[in-house]
Design a protein around this ligand. Structure first.
Ligand SMILES: [Zn+2]
Length: 200
């Protein structure tokens, strides 16, 4: 079993959220939730495999009823790591409070104007507010991988390629892997050919 401990940092303004009452696009109270991070990692590794950047198999199927059919008895590497209906997977994600001990990061509220495409003017009633996390906010996380080196590499690659995707509603992030722990002991992850420290 491996534990990957690291930090995600916002590079651009970053929004995840649902529509609220006063603020139209609200940041989730829990900050970067484990399920949001896990979903993003899954998207990231599927993308990297599909584009030939990581060796492995990905069914790219998101419709639960079709997953068993495309697997034809053998789950793809992405599903066996991240899980699929009735199968738990080998990876768990935990995200902790930030360095101020808070789950919800500091946010700014910005007001947008919807522009009418035809006339090029602002629509009446089209002001909306959006809550965003500013750049340079950090979110600590832990990823637990129950498996061998192959699973560890896929998990690290899914974190690595998060930098090239957009999280939430268009935010860019950077990732730093602080340490990798195997059976309670920190291991040297340098031989893994991935950039594990801050990039942007
Ligand atoms: Zn699959």
């Amino acid at each position: 079993m491996f534990l990957i401990k690291g930090t995600i940092k916002t590079v651009s303004s970053f929004t995840i959220g649902t529509d609220g009452y006063f603020i139209d696009v609200q940041f989730n109270e829990l900050g970067l939730t484990p399920s949001a991070l896990k979903g993003a990692m899954r998207t990231s590794i599927s993308w990297a495999i599909r584009n030939g950047m990581v060796r492995g198999t990905s069914c790219d199927e998101i419709e639960p009823s079709r997953i068993a059919k495309v697997h034809q008895g053998k789950p793809c590497d992405v599903c066996s790591l991240f899980g699929y209906p009735d199968h738990e997977g080998k990876l768990r994600v935990y995200s902790g409070p930030n360095k101020d001990g808070k789950m919800k990061p500091k946010t700014h509220v910005i007001t947008h104007v919807n522009i009418n495409d035809e006339t090029g003017t602002a629509k009446k009633t089209a002001l909306f507010k959006q809550e965003v996390v500013p750049p340079e906010e950090e979110f600590p996380f832990t990823v637990q991988v129950v498996g061998g080196e192959e699973e560890l590499c896929l998990a690290l690659a899914s974190l690595h390629y998060l930098r090239f995707l957009r999280l939430g509603r268009g935010g860019m992030v950077d990732v730093n892997v602080d340490k990798v722990i195997k059976d309670g002991k920190e291991i040297d992850a340098q031989k893994i050919p991935l950039e594990l420290k801050w990039v942007w």
